[in-house]
Design a binder for this molecule. Structure first.
Ligand code: NAP
Ligand code: F7E
Length: 324
């Protein structure tokens, strides 16, 4: 039975990855932070099947202990301060968790179980002010937020530990991926949740920032499968994971309102509060390498993804529930 450790198991991707690894027969452990309230909402349905260890990416000794205790065959480092606007508000914390945290977990692996296979959650935010269209594994990075800068550090330290210590370390450069489990502050979920509330008479307007920004949005369930595939290869490598399509925030909003038979123009209010100090205007990735080497392709279209999220938000609200 293979053993896996997932950092960030309570997050969107962590919960989907935990499900996949359980299905594949792994013994799955997840690292969780101590909190005054429990935060297992996304993994509640599989909680009994998981092993939890307490730890934090800012704390070396907890990472050392986690690796020594579990002796994992595979580590998926999904934990991060992942919300871009917060990275301007808490730039040092973001660097510590999202950047240096990668070195800490790599150090724990190097010291205690150097044959562990390692996955690093790199991000299309590293491309920022894009130097090439579409973006590939060879495109230069130009991050536009403290989050993006921290992810560039995490990416290169992963490459460096692979080259310095021969660790089987892979970096997945994942473009935006969403699901009904997406945090409420990210734009897709903010839109689908608010549209669902408007439809049910629970909200009157949708306050938005930059409607012109374009993203390459896919379904999280497809993307976590690519993470697993990377660690099943003979050689470690880095891969772009994307749909190859780009849509504006305005298109996202229009599709979400169309799903409930309402007109976006009647409800959207632009609010400067949601504008960023520096923006990533356009992202569109090419995952040709992943297609060729991993046999990976996305299965859910943008329209279907938004429809799935709107429907799930309506269903939850009808049960007086909110998934955070
Ligand atoms: P998410 O929902 O925000 O989950 C982040 C996870 O990290 C949560 O489990 C959180 O724990 C944990 N965490 C935060 N700070 C931590 C710390 N100091 N120590 C230990 N754990 C900590 O993020 P996601 O969307 O699943 O994304 C997973 C990873 O992929 C992240 O690294 C993100 O930056 C990266 N990524 C995401 C996307 C995307 O579009 N979703 C694209 C590219 C890359 P709590 O539950 O306790 O807060
Ligand atoms: O913003 C615009 C905003 O916060 C997308 C993270 O998972 O993906 C995510 O980062 C776009 C931006 O995601 C609002 O200005 C307009 O252009 O959903 P988001 P993100 O910043 O792209 C990458 C790949 C990651 O790695 C990150 O961890 O939408 N936008 N109005 C808005 N965004 C938000 N959040 N809220 C608004 O009201």
């Amino acid at each position: 039975m293979k053993k896996a450790l997932i950092t960030g198991i309570t997050g969107q991707d962590g919960s989907y990855l935990a499900e996949l690894l359980l299905e594949k027969g792994y013994k799955v452990s997840g690292m969780v932070r101590r909190s005054s309230v429990e935060n297992y909402e996304r993994v509640e349905h599989i909680r009994e099947k998981l092993n939890f260890v307490q730890g934090d990416l800012t704390d070396q000794s907890s990472l050392d202990e986690a690796i020594k205790e579990i002796m994992p065959d595979e580590v998926y480092n999904l934990a991060a301060q992942s919300f871009v606007p917060t990275s301007w508000n808490q730039p040092v914390l973001t660097a510590d968790v999202t950047g240096l945290g990668v070195t800490r977990i790599l150090e724990a692996i190097r010291k205690h179980k150097s044959d562990t296979k390692f996955y690093q959650a790199s991000s299309s935010e590293m491309f920022g002010k894009v130097q090439e269209i579409p973006q590939t594994e060879k495109t230069s990075f130009y991050p536009r937020s403290p989050y993006g800068v921290a992810k560039v550090y995490g990416h290169w330290i992963t490459v460096n530990y692979r080259e310095s210590y021969n660790i089987f370390a892979c970096s997945g450069i994942l473009f935006n991926h969403e699901s009904p489990r997406r945090g409420l502050e990210f734009v897709t979920r903010k839109v689908t949740h608010t549209v669902a509330k408007i439809k049910l008479g629970l909200a009157k307007e949708l306050r938005m920032g930059n409607m012109e920004a374009k993203r390459d949005w896919g379904f999280a369930g497809d993307y976590i499968y690519a993470m697993w595939l990377m660690l099943q290869q003979d050689q470690p490598d880095d891969y772009v994971i994307a749909t190859g399509e780009t849509h504006s925030v305005q298109q996202l909003v229009n599709i979400a309102f169309d799903c409930v038979g309402l007109n976006a123009k009647d409800y959207v209010v632009t609010d400067p509060k949601f504008l960023r100090p520096a923006e990533v205007d356009l992202l569109i990735g090419s995952s040709e390498k992943a297609k060729k080497k991993l046999g990976w392709t996305p299965s859910v279209s943008f329209e279907k993804l938004i429809e799935m999220m709107v429907k799930e938000d309506i269903s939850l609200l009808n049960q007086n529930k909110v998934r955070h």
